[in-house]
Structure formats: C-alpha cells, structure tokens
Design a protein around this ligand. Sequence first.
Ligand SMILES: Cc1ncc(COP(=O)(O)O)c(C=O)c1O
Length: 439
Amino acid sequence: MDILSVLKSRLEIVDDSVTSKELVDRLVARGPLEESLHLTELDTLVKRHYQWLKHLPRVRPFYAIKSNDEPSIVETTILLGCGYDCASTGELKRILGFRVEPERIMFGQPMKTIESLELAKKMKLRTVFDTEDELRKIHQYYPEANVVIRFRLETAEDSLNLGIKFGCEVDVEARELLDLAKELGINVIGWCFNLGHACINPKNFYTGIKKGKALTDYAESLGFKFNLIDLGGGFSGDKDVSIEQYAEQINKGLDEFFPAELGYMIVAEPGRYYSAAAVTAVVPIHGKRFIRSKDNPNDIEKVFYYFNDGIYATFYSAKYRGKAVKPIVWKQLNECGPTRKTTLYGPTCDGIDFFAKDIEMPELNVADFVVFENQGAYSRVHACRFNGFSPPKPVIFVRQSVWALLEEASEGDATKVVQESKYLLENIEFEKLSYASIN
Ligand SMILES: Cc1ncc(COP(=O)(O)O)c(C=O)c1O
C-alpha cells in the first residue's frame, strides 16, 4: 500500500467545519477508557509546515522524529516532503524505509554506534562530530563521509540547553578539530548547533549564525569548502508561539553572513515545532483522594487525582523538561465543586509520578475528563513498559480540505501545493480550547 492509503486507514476525515472542541467532546463521550487519548489533528502539523515555508523560505525543515514518531505524524511529514534529523539506527531505518533520499537526511547523532556508522556509510549519509574521538571513529569506519562540526552555544536563558552534553566549544576547540579533520583527510562540509529545549530567546539563532560564519572563514582558510548550515531544533511548537520571532533573527543572520547568492544549503531540525500543538491529551480521572486536616476531618485541605497517564508517558516533559501544565477542566464550572489545592498523579507505583502539585483547580469527580493542549512533543515517545500501563492511544483526525491537499501533495510538488493552498491561507489560526461558557 502507498503511504497515502496507509495514512487514510489510520484516521478519520472530518468536515472543515468541525472544531477541535467538538472532537474533544466526541472522545469524552466515549467515557473513560483504559488508555488516555491523544487527539491528533494532522491539520495542525500541516499549518505549521505552511508557516515555516512562508517565514523561513531559505531553511529546509528536517523534522526531528524523536519528538514524536507516531506513524500518522511521520507519514504526514513524508507526504509534505520534509527532510529528517535522525539520531539512531532505528530512526534511520524507519526513514530510509520510506525511501527518503540520503540528501534529505541528517544523521545528527554526535556519538554514533559503530553499527549506525556502518549503516550511514552504506547509505552515504552525512553526519556530525564534536570530539576528537568521534572524528577518529569516523575516520576508521566511514572515512569518505561528509560531516558537519557541531558547536555549542552557551546561553543563559535556555534552561535545558544541550550544550553541556553535546557540541564543542566554538572559538578554540572547534578550530583544533577542523585542523585534525584536515590532517585525517575527512571532508567537513559545514557546521551545526542545537539550542535544545524550546529556545526562549530567538536572538540565540542570530548569535549561532554569526559564530558559524567565523568558523566557516577559518575552515575555508584550511581549504575546506563549506556548503551546509544546520540550525538544529529548539523552536517552540505551542499554539500561542509563532515561528515569526525565530524567523526574524534567522533571516537577519543568514542575509548578513550567508546571503542567498553564496548557495549554501540551509537546514534546521524542528521537532516540537511540528508535533507539539498537533496533539491534545484527553485524560479521564480514574481515582480521587481527599487529604483532610488532622485537626478537623471535615476540613478538606487538598485533593489528589489519579490518571492512567503520567510522567512515564505524556507528562514526562511536564516533570523533567519544565513544560507548563495547563489543565482544562472539561465540564461546566457550575457543575464542579469548590476550587481546591490539587495534585495530578500518574498511575504507577512510583511516588514521584505526579506532574502538577498543589495547583488550584475546581473539584472534579471520578470519570470526569481533563484536557491538556500542546502534548505532541516529547510525550508519548517517552511511554515505557513500567507497571504495564498502556501508552496513550492516538485518535487521528484531518479536515477534508487538508486531506485533499495531502492527496495533491503526494502526486506532485508538495512544497508548491502547500505554499499555494487557499485553504491554509484562510485558515491558518489554531483553535485554542476552553470549555463552554459558565452559566
Ligand atoms: C540534534 C537535535 N536536533 C533537533 C532536536 C529537536 O529539538 P526540538 O524538538 O526542540 O526542535 C533535538 C532535540 O533534542 C536534537 O538533539
């Protein structure tokens, strides 16, 4: 079966007029199930792509599938003609299985296993390095590789900066590594950085491009001919953040240091930007506990709710990556109890399996639903077997006009089809969820 037919078998096509809120209502109407539900709206992902093409016309998006590798999401990006950032043998095999050309893949793992390096060699993939040992490993197992050097940007604001873990220091260490690459005869074709997490200061992209320019000049003085720039990931994907703030800094940096006439291939590796807003978690309450005052048992001090989804699945990022949790109570407020200090627990036996503590929420009952927007990135991918709970179940929808667009994209120039879509032009906003008005 072709990708379009496979994708069609996974989803429901709904009328353009169907709202996200109606879709949540439909899932809630099924009543509590064993798993929490991941309402997945592929329209959202396609809209993200449209905005990327509009605001960053020089930057090719290489989707970081680590953020969400759920089949319908990956297949949609394939139909849209995205490139890919892959970090493991498994991700590479998955993407190569779609016959994506090596040109559209960045094997962006700075610490590669030998097996993955052998696969990269077989498929002629480009890859990255940021240490002497990695360079020597590449020299041993894949000496003809085209590689990019990954440097780090140490930024004060970005709380989960991957710079500590990966990336060489840019002013001295990077130059020494280029010297070594020259000596070993390895073809370095460009540079990359990855701001990590959701970059909260878009100016860091400008700074990175500027640092990259100085490194390019040094590399060219050694005789390298750079032709690839990779801006990594770190673009927030929540509904209320737009790509424009990043685009402004990136386009400024590119125009200043790498103008179009120089002919560089420029890519970025957005993960959460594509996947975050596409998924809304629809989660029923399975259990409830009152914590009463020791002095007066009639006095309820707090309430705990227990969900079948927690930090070992959807809410990993809420716990460990600083993602704000914004529960939407799916009930009329006048049908809820009083506002109470509330803690939201996952299902496992682990005492730290909670993802919001002592927040103020109206009181709910077992079988009521709580809804969480922007849960598509670094959520379900973290689901593990611990305690035997089922991973969240994706329930996938796409609006009729977006499905027609994907059909058209599968047959021709996907980029052009998206860029010229009248439907996307007129329907680019994201619906922000809230429950019905309070009576
Ligand atoms: C090398 C690399 N590229 C891209 C990404 C995607 O980041 P994001 O989802 O923040 O865009 C990551 C995430 O860790 C990464 O390590």
